[in-house]
Design a protein around this ligand. Sequence first.
Ligand code: HEM
Length: 408
Amino acid sequence: MGSAPPWTFNRLETPYLEDPYPLYARARREAPVFHSPEFGLWFVTRYHDVWAVLKDTARFSSRFLMRTPADASPAVSETLQEAYPELPMLVNDDPPGHTRTRNLVSRAFAPRLVAALEPSIRTIVTRLVDGFADDGGADLIAELAYPVPIEIICTLIGLPAESRDQLKRWTDDLVTLGAPGTDDERRLACARGSVAFQRYLTAQIEARRDAPRDDLLTALINARADGDRPLDVAELVNLLIVLIFAGHETTTNLIGNLLVLLLARPEILRAIRDDPTLTEDVIAEGLRMDTPVQGMFRTTTEEVTLGGARIPAGAQVMVLFGSANRDEAVFSDPDRFDPGRGNNHRHLGFGHGIHACLGASLARLETRIILDTVAERLPNPKLDPGRPPTYAPSLMHRGPQGLHMVWS
Ligand code: HEM
């Protein structure tokens, strides 16, 4: 059995749903590693402890399989038999499987492919901003922060941009399929959607084999490591799903969180308009102050003592990046937004270690172009006072669901 007094973690209730940071600060002081009976999870809140967990992949496993729900009806199970066998997704895998896949993906995910996207990102952002700049107000999540990342991940992989709405529906199907409490009729629809998603990706892979292109999908198909076989179709489908998942909501949330921070600090928005070289530090500080991926899961492979607590073997653990990034032991005056603080790039917003985010440079590039364009094109932007941002009840992701802005 583990030891640590249980700690009441009402993170998804008001006021902590809107602002979890005072709750995290109290946990760092009172119970830096604690067990929450409500969530059935152990939470790790201090920077150095989070770092230690991320580095200790032997005792803190990332392994997790998306399985057919145990109570699924025969129709759902039968439908899912047409799907690829259950494989651990890159982010949910441990060495040595993770090392092999990551090595192949890193070869394909070349900085050249990301840098080459800059003109496409500018074109999309300009087209979208042209559509609403004269209206004096808009929901910048719906109009900009949501469509740009999903369209760009399609462009990077080499999928047609028109498929983005369909991809969104399919990724929602995958989430709903595994969610507790989904009724059987809905599950069956989601199972069919998930199979259709995999078939669509398989067709895209086959098309590239016949006619290679200059895109990430072709590069993934061709990726080779010494003495190793290439990725097979099931592995490729799996990877594409991870990239589509990882590549959009997270970036949408980063842009949303940064806009909320900057609308409250118009002098910083003006400063980046006058000197766009400041934007990188502003983005790093945004990732630190209001982290889009607030936490990730690990499972202990043996009993571990950490931060004064004894975590039992087989326990589900969440490392709270959102809390680590406000740890006063690393960031002085942590609740102050200060792009010039010098060490903001030490944030753990993209994780750290073997699972560190593969798409970090792409996410930063998209965010930079959007912030620069907003600073340049929308004069005196403000939050619409009648419609404050709202946040979905999630332990993992954080970002405004809508961002109604007005400008003059
Ligand atoms: C992993 C955050 C954008 C692809 C991660 C992890 C974090 C993260 C925290 C580590 C997960 C862990 O330790 O378990 C973010 C944030 C983003 C972002 C905050 C946007 C602001 C992207 C984009 C892509 C991407 C645009 C792809 C184009 C991935 C992949 C992994 C990953 C493939 C798994 C890597 C591995 O397990 O080896 N990301 N991400 N991410 N991210 Fe991102």
